[in-house]
Every structure is written in C-alpha cells, then in structure tokens.
Design a protein around this ligand. Structure first.
Ligand code: ZN
Length: 226
C-alpha cells in the first residue's frame, strides 16, 4: 500500500473529525457548501461512504461482488435517513464508520490490494484505489463542512494528486470545457484537451469563496467531477 496516501487519509480523517467536533448540534442544520445539502446530509454521506468503501474491501478480500451502493436511489435514501438522525447518532455514524474503515484497510491481506473492484461511477480499479477514494472524501468534504478549512490546508503533494485525478477524469470523459491548469505556486501544468476548443484558463487566489459584490475571477465554470 502507498504509505503517503495512508498518511493523508489519517490526517484528513483527523481534520474532518476536528471540524465536526467544533460544530454545535444546532450548527449541523446549517447548509454545507454543497448545493441542496445541509451539514447533516454531508455527514450522513461521509459516514455511509465509509461503509460503501468497506464493501469494496470485502469484495477485494473475498471475491464476493459487494458494490458500494445498490443503486443511486438507495444511496440517496440512506443519506436522507442519516441526515434525520439525532445529532449524537449522526456524529457517532461518522466517527465509528471512519474507524471501522481504517481497521479494514489496515487488516486487508497483501494479496487483496491488487484485486479489482468497481466504483460507484462504474470504473474498475484495483483495491489500492480505495484509500485514495476515502482521502478525497474526507479532505474535500472537510472544506464542504464550511467550518473554515480551505484547500490551502491540504498537503501540497496531495493537491497535485487531486488535480491529476480531476483532470484525468475530465479528459477520460471528454468533458468540456478544455482546460489549462497552471497553479502560480508550482511548475507543473495540467491540461484537459477537448477537440477544437481553446483551453479555458483562469486565475484565482484563496479564499475560494467569493464575497457578494467582489469582482468575480475569470475562472471557467466546471461540471461535476465525481
Ligand atoms: Zn462525497
């Protein structure tokens, strides 16, 4: 297993847990940064995501096909039900599931890491992708919790891997717009080439969130990534 990813996962889980602990029960009812989702929805999703990834590890270990979710409707229902839990139960769902997933990762037999499983997006990947998938979840959703964590807080090498992941996904799908990603604090550049389109570029400095009325940066509108 890639140790660096396991370290990022541990750190991201800790950051997410700290953010959650800092929120009062009443604050859980407030919106997250994800459209249409309160913090409660986000927490239910993060908790159930850990269970879903444990199903992939079970699949890798046993060969029994246990997908992340039965279907999209089942996933949405689970989130809606989780969001309605009492605050203490919701907190417990997030913390306990994260610990269980970590235990499942740490106890996966070496040979199972190369076993192939299928993600919720329908992609066949080796089980080694599972810790990375969780890494993305805890870090990006720590930002979505809207408690003050920003992408500046991420380990720099993990941000690179995240940009790799996003641009590779967009390129594989041929999803417009064409992009040229050129961070000001790195020498690397990333591209998404779409036939016949000049690449959109944009420049934005933290904070990512714009105050109403401030000049909007020239950053292109992006579609869904996951
Ligand atoms: Zn998610």
């Amino acid at each position: 297993m890639n140790d660096r990813r396991l370290e990022w996962l541990a750190e991201g889980t800790e950051v997410f847990g700290r953010e959650l602990a800092a929120l009062s029960d009443a604050a859980l009812d407030a919106p997250s940064l994800l459209p249409g989702w309160t913090r409660r929805h986000l927490l239910a999703h993060v908790g159930h995501n850990a269970h879903a990834l444990m199903r992939l590890l079970h699949w890798a270990r046993t060969g029994e096909e246990t997908p992340m979710y039965k279907d999209a409707a089942a996933r949405d229902r689970e989130i809606a039900e989780g969001a309605a839990l009492a605050p203490s139960a919701l907190r417990d769902l997030v913390i306990t599931s994260a610990a269980e997933l970590r235990q499942a990762i740490d106890s996966l037999p070496e040979r199972a890491w190369s076993a192939e499983v299928v993600t919720a997006q329908g992609r066949t990947v080796p089980a080694t992708e599972v810790p990375w998938m969780r890494c993305r979840e805890v870090w990006v959703h720590a930002v979505d919790l809207d408690g003050g964590v920003s992408f500046d807080r991420f380990p720099a090498a993990m941000l690179d891997e995240l940009i790799d992941d996003i641009t590779t996904t967009l390129q594989r799908r041929g999803q417009p717009p064409a992009l040229l990603v050129e961070p000001t604090d790195r020498t690397r550049r990333w591209r998404v080439d779409i036939d016949g389109q000049p690449p959109a570029t944009g420049r934005v400095r933290a904070p990512a969130k714009q105050h109403p009325g401030s000049a909007a940066p020239a950053v292109p509108e992006l579609g869904r990534w996951l």
